[in-house]
Ligand binder design. Structure first.
Ligand code: CAA
Length: 257
């Protein structure tokens, strides 16, 4: 892989996936997105991995879709390339996906972070949907996810003016989970992933799936979905072990069964 690095040495059961196109501030060209999709799919299928951290570098998480690659294309070219179907695949990752963001998270970069389940940011992180400044609009879920998370007024302002917001603002908008100094954001994201990796992977998977349903469905259907997943967990050994461990006042040993 040219634009994606995978490291497994940071913590047990955790994979770190790095976007690695630093000269272009990690602009998301088609090849990078293809490699990212493949990397995430293979980690999602690896039973040894329980959580994934996605990061860029200190200067840039990702500065958006590759403008140079798109500038001369027409509508039918864009339709045929269908680059955003890759984003759909990333949304389908079943394991927890935590974005560790520093520097620019713009356009598709912001949308990629929003596709993850949680975001840990450095104090230098800047979030924005600046597509309007280049005569287009967000195309990888920005108008939908951003609006649901931060509300119409703030989403309108970000998308229609292209303004960037700081990590602190993003935190106050409920867009991200935590802001830490730049030296600490990656470790903080890995620590969060490690906490989740200690839980039953089946319970984590169904809980993630159920929370995502909250965004995609009406309350009745969402509650029904949640309830089914909750009942389903009582078919797992991890449920028996988790509850027994509580009663016996000891730590649970989850097996993912
Ligand atoms: N696509 C292609 N190349 C990009 C890029 C992008 N999105 N963002 C940065 N680069 C390249 C620059 O062209 C430059 O390359 P050269 O050295 O070859 O000229 C290099 O990265 C460094 O960038 P700058 O010199 O511009 O760095 P800066 O510090 O002055 O500015 C920036 C940084 C504010 C992020 C600026 O690069 C910028 O505005 N980038 C574009 C941001 C943007 O509009 N993103 C949205 C893209 S469209 C989209 O994402 C659609 C969607 O919904 C998926």
């Amino acid at each position: 892989m040219e634009f994606i690095k995978i490291s497994l040495q940071y913590a047990p059961k955790i994979a770190l996936v790095e976007l690695n196109r630093p000269k272009e501030l990690n602009a998301l060209n088609l090849q990078l997105m293809k490699e990212l999709k493949e990397a995430l799919a293979s980690l999602d299928n690896d039973p040894e991995i329980h959580a994934i951290v996605l990061t860029g570098n200190d200067q840039s998480f990702a500065a958006g879709a590759d403008i140079k690659q798109m500038s001369d294309l027409g509508a039918i070219d864009m339709l045929k390339i269908d680059q955003f179907s890759t984003w759909d695949q990333i949304r389908k990752v079943q394991k927890p996906l935590i974005a560790a963001v520093s520097g620019f998270a713009l356009g598709g970069g912001c949308e990629l972070a929003l596709t993850c389940d949680m975001i840990i940011a450095s104090e230098t992180a800047r979030f924005g949907q600046p597509e309007i400044k280049i005569g287009v609009m967000p195309g990888a879920g920005g108008t939908q996810r951003l609006t649901r998370i931060i509300g119409k007024a703030r989403a309108m302002e970000m998308v229609l003016t292209g303004k960037f917001i700081s990590a602190e603002e993003a935190l106050s908008y409920g867009l991200i989970n935590k802001v830490v100094p730049v030296e600490a954001y990656l470790q903080e994201a890995i620590n969060l992933a490690a906490k989740i990796a200690k839980m039953s992977p089946i319970a984590v998977r169904l809980a993630k799936e159920s929370i995502n349903r909250a965004y995609e469905t009406h309350m009745d259907e969402g509650l029904h979905f949640e309830r089914k997943n909750f009942y389903l967990l009582f078919a797992s050994e991890d449920q028996k072990e988790g509850m027994q461990a509580f009663i016996e006042k000891r730590g649970a040993k989850f097996k993912g069964r």
